[in-house]
Design a protein around this ligand. Structure first.
Ligand code: SAM
Ligand code: SF4
Length: 331
């Protein structure tokens, strides 16, 4: 076992931590939360920023290079920007990024920039306000567009737009979204609809594979493949025509990249997960709150790495939905 990595002996090198800072959210996306809402975890059950910073610091000393802040909606948690500043001061990290629904971004873009965030992902599943309302349950389309503009004005770059593609819901907007990547230095990420959380309404009829998405986009533009960098995620990336931007396709179901997955996830409640699709979790909150030393925490992180599967086989086995909601894992 290498002392300076989280490798647990199964040759899984983990360099990327996704940190969910809250399970709360100001949207109710149909694929993420049930329309009736969810009961949120009481505040005291959520890790404090000090506890989260300890985990990030420790993991940055043992191979984690990139941290993505997610949620729920990370911008609804108070005190986020000072926390981000703390993370930015850690030497071992190469990159801190954030995924947001963009609703509060107009207010926070400058603070995020000042706190050391250079790139963000913004989730947006429709370019039509009425459809946005139908998908998210909230009439905040204009806010999100204002948030994207504010992020551009602050020079956060590249801006990635995450689109969950659902048949019969927004698949007719594939080319409109892809066109964004030809006009501005925007990267569009098309994501397969995943069966996460018992009540997210996933149905095979709504699933669109990335192969199908690619076929549609290829008919409109010549696609040039882009090689992935070391810290890049699992997206298949392409340049579209002559544009500055790029598109990426994330085939978490059809193109499972489990063997190459370099991620760990920490939920807002302090549970470490080796895999998005598995219900196996390792509790860090208990040890953090009962005075565990760094050695024990590291041992638990290695155990989480050990749980990373070679394959999830979800499409073949059928949609075994994992119990946690996506909003509490962080995507
Ligand atoms: N609230 C923030 C947002 O929406 O960007 C961050 C958290 S959200 C859980 C992170 C990402 O997961 C978003 O891009 C969202 O679209 C994606 N996501 C949520 N549920 C999904 C599902 N069932 N299938 C695919 N992607 C999903
Ligand atoms: Fe909230 Fe993001 Fe889930 Fe939508 S996808 S309900 S914005 S956490």
């Amino acid at each position: 076992m290498a002392a300076d990595t989280l490798n647990a002996g199964n040759n899984r090198i983990v360099t990327y931590l996704r940190l969910s800072v809250t399970d709360r959210c100001n949207l109710r996306c149909r694929y993420c939360m049930p329309p009736e809402g969810v009961s949120f975890v009481p505040h005291e059950e959520i890790l404090s920023f000090e506890e989260m910073a300890r985990v990030v610091r420790l993991s940055s000393l043992h191979g984690i290079r990139k941290v993505r802040i997610t949620g729920g909606e990370p911008l609804v948690r108070k005190g986020l920007t000072p926390f981000l500043k703390t993370l930015s001061s850690l030497e071992g990290l190469d990159e801190i990024t954030l995924t947001t629904n963009g609703v509060l971004l107009e207010d926070y873009a400058r603070d995020l920039k000042n706190a050391g965030i250079r790139r963000i992902n913004i989730s947006l599943d429709s370019l039509k306000p009425q459809r946005f309302l139908k998908i998210t349950g909230r009439d905040y389309f204009d806010k999100v567009i204002a948030g994207i503009r504010a992020a551009q004005e602050e020079g956060l770059s590249p801006i990635k737009i995450n689109v969950v593609v659902m048949r019969g819901i927004n698949d007719d907007e594939l080319l409109d979204f892809a066109a964004l990547a030809t006009e501005k230095p925007i990267h569009v990420r098309f994501i397969e609809f995943m069966p996460i959380g018992g009540k997210n309404g996933w149905r095979p009829e709504e699933f669109v594979s990335i192969d199908e998405m690619l076929e549609i986009i290829r008919q409109a533009w010549p696609l040039t493949p882009i090689e992935s960098g070391k810290l890049d995620g699992p997206a298949l990336k392409f340049r579209l025509g002559k544009g500055d931007g790029e598109i990426g396709l994330i085939g978490a179901l059809s193109n499972h990249f489990c063997a190459k997955c370099n991620r760990l996830r920490l939920t807002a409640e302090g549970q470490l997960r080796g895999c998005l699709f598995s219900d196996q979790e390792i509790d860090l909150k208990g040890p953090l709150r009962s005075g565990a030393g760094d050695d024990l925490l590291l041992e638990l992180m290695r155990r989480a790495v050990e749980t990373k599967p070679e394959n999830h086989n979800l499409l073949r086995r059928g949609p075994r939905k994992c119990a946690r909601l996506m909003s509490s894992i962080g995507g």
